[in-house]
Write a protein that binds this ligand. Structure first.
Ligand SMILES: C[S@@+](CC[C@H](N)C(=O)[O-])C[C@H]1O[C@@H](n2cnc3c(N)ncnc32)[C@H](O)[C@@H]1O
Length: 220
């Protein structure tokens, strides 16, 4: 288990230290509009495949979930991933309480409707500089939430500020068939960051892209 640094709430917003570009933030706003033009909960998560493919490509995340607790999804969109993970974990008799953050206000409203019992657990904010009200046992984020050059700093700050002591940070990277882009090799990323790996999983793709998604986790 990695040692956490003392103190957990950042004293100043990260955006003051290294702002994400206006171009990145305006892409996020366009993404929210595009997601919400769709009816399907999958499309509202930016996923273009079938329900079956969703399950193949996201279920491996539950390999990282080994006991009951709170699960925070950074970039939760309409909450469909959280809802799916709660259900898949329940099949292993593991009970998760969902929490989510997204930059999109209307997406968060969708997530709150989807999981109305937990509507108070959803927040609007930028994962880069969001100040969490508390820490969480499980935190899941994909690497796409910040531009690639900010990923190591982003993950380090989540580990320091958002994952509870004894908690687990789970990181995902998704491939894109339309962009012919493979998921990132997260093991190399952790190695470059000097981070030990506590577990890994991957989701099978098709003949054109053998691995559709990769997941890696580290305990704190
Ligand atoms: C592709 S969807 C992910 C849906 C689901 N969590 C999953 O992993 O399948 C990405 C979501 O992350 C949100 N997002 C991207 N960058 C973000 C950031 N820096 N802070 C907060 N939300 C962000 C977008 O608004 C979008 O709803």
């Amino acid at each position: 288990m990695a040692e956490k640094q003392a103190g957990f709430l950042p004293t100043q917003p990260w955006s003051e230290q290294t702002p994400l570009s206006e171009e990145f933030l305006s892409r996020l706003r366009a993404m929210e509009r595009a997601y919400l033009m769709q009816e399907s909960p999958l499309r509202q998560c930016g996923f273009s495949g079938s329900q079956r493919r969703w399950e193949t490509q996201r279920r491996p995340i539950v390999q990282a979930i080994e006991g009951d607790g709170d699960l925070l999804n950074l970039g939760c969109a309409n909450g469909y991933l959280l809802e799916s993970l709660v259900k898949w974990a329940e099949e292993k008799e593991i009970f998760l309480t969902p929490h989510g953050l997204d930059a999109g206000k209307l997406l968060i409203e969708q997530a709150q409707k989807r999981m109305s019992l937990f509507s108070r657990n959803f927040y609007i904010g930028n994962a880069w500089d969001w100040v969490p009200p508390r820490q969480y046992l499980y935190v899941y984020t994909s690497v796409d939430l910040v531009p690639p050059e900010f990923v190591p700093a982003y993950l380090k700050r989540i580990g320091r500020d958002i994952v509870a002591d004894g908690g687990r940070l789970i990181v995902g990277s998704y491939g894109s068939r339309s962009r012919q882009q493979e998921p990132m090799n997260l093991r190399y990323l952790f190695d470059d960051m000097g981070w030990a790996t506590d577990g890994m999983a991957s989701a099978p793709g098709g003949p054109d892209m053998p691995v559709a998604a990769r997941f890696i986790w580290r305990d704190f």
